[in-house]
Design a binder for this molecule. Structure first.
Ligand code: CP
Ligand code: NVA
Length: 324
């Protein structure tokens, strides 16, 4: 991590002319609904909007990625723009060039940038210095683009027509209170959803994040709860899971494996939920850990549709952020 210099006031004024997507909290409920509707339209029409033709999007990845990298790159190409996949190991930032300088220079070449980083602060620092939109492609803190595709998938599967209808579903995230779970808590607060995080207290959500969501829930009527009790999965319409050991946490593997085993998404757990409950997973999945082979294979239509929706939502995101 390299520290940025302070931005001048002129730059702060300029910054207000661009939008970033670093957290779900950067979006209003209306923004989220608009992005989902636009993604659904793009999925159906298969035509470019023509709004970002000729634009260039940089993709800086500090960690591996299949879906996020390929869907942003393909989405840009389909929209008539150019994606530039940049291995962070090969940029001068690796040799110590400050984030501030990198962001300033990238802003002279590119029209937007997606960053996947170990530390959220790095993406924030980049966004503060950049005059182009910065998109969080996953940090230790949030994964906002993933969650937009997830909500889009639920909207499609349940033929949801409004945020109000969406709020009637019970959505349960089972497992680790990680970056994906944090974005789920945030989207539930913003949209006013019924959301339960089911997992061990040992890896519970950060209290400040929960407090922020619960505070917003007072206005949006979201029902956000956290539980260790497997029985609370009853009446679930959506079960969502993710790996127990996220990228960067590999040294905690053994302890996490033991802690989360009771929270495995398997056929027995599904029997406790609603009969037609759908299972989603952001992928990559570790079969036999957070989800069994049996559940993966029964639910693969939902899970791969969810992965496909990354492409459609990325297109809606870049059109929204990059068009003038
Ligand atoms: N779900 C997700 O972000 O996948 P990748 O790590 O392959 O991008
Ligand atoms: N929580 C996982 C998500 C991968 C898309 C990780 O950060 O590794």
């Amino acid at each position: 991590m390299f520290s940025a210099e302070k931005s001048s006031s002129k730059e702060i004024i300029m910054k207000k002319n661009k939008k970033d997507l670093l957290s779900i909290y950067d979006l209003t409920a209306a923004d989220i609904w608009m992005l989902i509707q636009n993604a659904v339209k793009l999925k159906k029409s298969k035509k470019a909007t023509g709004k970002i033709k000729g634009k260039t999007l940089g993709l800086i990845f500090e960690k591996p990625s299949t879906r996020t990298m390929v869907s942003f790159a393909t989405g840009m190409a389909q929209e008539g723009g150019t994606p530039l996949i940049l291995d962070s190991q090969k940029l001068q930032i690796k040799r110590g060039e400050p984030v501030y300088d990198t962001a300033k220079v990238m802003s002279r070449y590119l029209d937007g940038v997606v960053i996947r980083a170990f530390h959220h602060e790095y993406v924030q620092e980049f966004a503060d210095a950049a005059s182009i939109p910065v998109i969080n492609g996953l940090t230790d803190f949030e994964h906002p683009c993933q969650i937009l595709a997830d909500v889009m998938t639920i909207v499609e599967k349940y033929k949801i027509k409004s945020v109000k209808d969406l709020s009637k579903l019970k959505i349960v995230f089972v497992g680790d209170a990680n970056n994906v779970a944090n974005s789920w808590i945030a989207v539930s607060a913003v949209l006013g959803l019924k959301f339960l995080l089911l997992g061990s207290k040992k890896y519970a959500p950060r209290q400040d994040l929960l407090d922020k969501a619960l505070n917003m829930a007072k206005q949006t009527k979201a029902k956000i709860s956290v539980s260790e009790n497997i029985e609370d999965i009853k009446n679930a319409d959506v079960i969502y899971t993710d790996v127990w050991t996220s990228m960067g946490e590999e040294n905690e593997y053994k302890e996490r494996h033991e802690t989360f085993m009771p929270y495995q998404v398997n056929d027995k757990l599904l029997e406790r939920a609603n009969k037609n409950c759908i299972v989603l997973h952001c992928l990559p999945a570790v079969r036999g850990e957070e989800i069994t082979e049996s559940v993966m294979s029964k639910q693969e239509n939902n899970i791969f549709d969810q992965a496909e929706n990354r492409l459609h939502i990325q297109k809606a995101i870049v059109v929204y952020l990059l068009q003038k």
